[in-house]
Design a protein around this ligand. Sequence first.
Ligand SMILES: [Zn+2]
Length: 269
Amino acid sequence: MGDHESEAVSKKQKRRRGSSDEERSLTLVRRPEHKQERVLYVGCEGESTEPDYLDYLVKRFGSGERTGQPFRIVPVCKANGLLPEQVVEAVRQYAAKDETWALFDRDEHTRIPQAVDDAAADGTEFCFSHPSFDLWLLLHFQAFGGQQSGKSTNVVDKLRKADPAFRRFDKKNDKSVQGPRRQALEGKTKAAIAHAKSLVSQCEHGACKVSHYQAAPVDRISPRNPDNLPQSPRKWAARSGHALDCKVLDRDPSTDVWRLLVSLGIEDD
Ligand SMILES: [Zn+2]
């Protein structure tokens, strides 16, 4: 732990507690458990649903009280949305040397292979959802299966019926995840992760197994880590447990968003 960080920790504790004796004993007890706040830049195609959901994650879990790992997410998005490869490009631009993730779905399918190549080239983690991020929301309420061929209609219909808070989801452009919609998701994280994982093992390809997923973080190829070798896009795309030759666009239906949560230590709420 560097001097700078120690100073930051003790200042934080001073704010929390009063007497210096108490502060010293607290420091001794707490310091070994202290974990540095993790900072993630997360690029999103959408301008509403994904950034709202990420904000929900930060508010509910970011302090680290539930998970033991404090974190902060900086969403990178744009009014009117970004295309998949723009998501990867934008998140790199803003993150500098920090950790980068990209969320994109199947909508702009012709651009997905390029986005995966770009993500693999510098170690940007990506969470692909097929047909859309909305599937991840739906999985909080129920299991789901069957090819959707890129159409979100079925997913959105089911989501609207799953909870009154989502009854008007995606009507009049309201794709937000705020207020009662957040409350509706609470307590269902474990189920959502289980449902999303089961989609890996149910993949039509046949050789995809969620037990093959790779959790270990990989340092980004950045000016700070110039010696890291880029991953092959196929290997990078197989980190979710899908087989090396299971094409990303064939993973219908699927969503990798659970990997972001598991990586943050969020497995239950
Ligand atoms: Zn697969």
